[in-house]
Design a protein around this ligand. Structure first.
Ligand SMILES: [Fe+2]
Length: 278
């Protein structure tokens, strides 16, 4: 097992974004409500002329670059919840896109509770019709110490090695559909490839359950990915009381820290772009 690289320096959110309009936002339901009613959007529309474009350029350069993420430093007086809501709206999340389907757009993540697969490499929203493109994480409670990193691994670093070592397995990963809603029998089936370009889906328990039913090529591909994730470099940014993380769920695998519920680490997660149900 290799250690994660330190993340590049954080990018400061412009000080004027610490608006009083969002000063009271302290919880996940409050952020959900504010986003549905367009509060952050109204502030952004009123201040569109004053938002410095070099922040936007640097933000997208980092998120769309090889590291696939950016750590944002909060201005003083701004809460993680306010920052996560405002950044999500600024990235293009519209009020009519906020929903509660299959986990919802705005959710409360408690480390060490429920889905332990969150602590292994995965992509978010694998049962969604179109997984969210970006995930925004802010700390609600806990300390955000160095050992509580959210690790991020670029799928591009696996692609070259997969294509070179087993082209047939690589092709199967990109094209052979499998069923992603086995835990949601009340929903229509959703069949999609594991590593479709721009829409990768990777959650080990789902793949492990199906492993005997996969074609030989896809089974080899899944096994190769499961091995290669332990052999390539990754980044280890930390969500803290003053730092919000945005990552590209369409190009990166991620995993949360190995913690028990007693750690008290709680996050707000906002999913930007994508469709749960059509
Ligand atoms: Fe996740």
């Amino acid at each position: 097992m290799i250690d994660g690289d330190k993340s590049p320096d954080s990018l400061p959110i412009p000080a004027k974004w610490a608006t009083n309009d969002l000063a009271g936002l302290a919880s996940v339901p409050a952020a959900d409500k504010a986003l549905r009613s367009g509060v952050p959007h109204a502030w952004l529309a009123r201040n569109a002329g004053t938002i410095r474009s070099n922040f936007a350029a640097e933000f997208w350069r980092r998120v769309n670059g090889p590291h696939g993420h950016v750590v944002l430093e909060l201005p003083s007086g701004m809460s993680s919840v306010a920052a996560a809501a405002l950044i999500s709206a600024w990235m293009g999340l519209r009020p009519d896109q906020i929903h509660g389907d299959i986990g919802g757009s705005v959710s409360h993540v408690v480390s060490g509770v429920g889905h332990r697969h969150d602590q292994s490499w995965h992509t978010d929203s694998t049962p969604w019709h179109e997984p969210n493109r970006y995930s925004v994480l802010g700390l609600l409670s806990g300390s955000g110490t160095e050992d509580q990193s959210t690790d991020l691994l670029a799928l591009s670093s696996l692609r070259q090695r997969l294509a070179a070592s087993d082209p047939a397995a690589w092709a199967a990963l990109q094209t052979e559909p499998i069923e992603w809603r086995r835990s949601f029998p009340h929903l229509a089936d959703l069949r999609a490839p594991v590593l479709a370009p721009q829409q990768p889906r990777w959650v080990w328990p789902v793949l492990e359950d199906l492993i005997d039913k996969l074609s030989p090529e896809l089974r080899r591909g899944v096994g190769l990915v499961a091995r290669l994730v332990n052999e390539v470099t990754y980044h280890s940014p930390v969500v803290t009381p003053s730092k919000v993380l945005v990552f590209d769920n369409g190009r990166m695998l991620h995993r949360g820290p190995h913690l028990e519920e007693s750690s008290g680490r709680e996050l707000i997660r906002i999913k930007v772009a994508g469709k749960a149900i059509v």
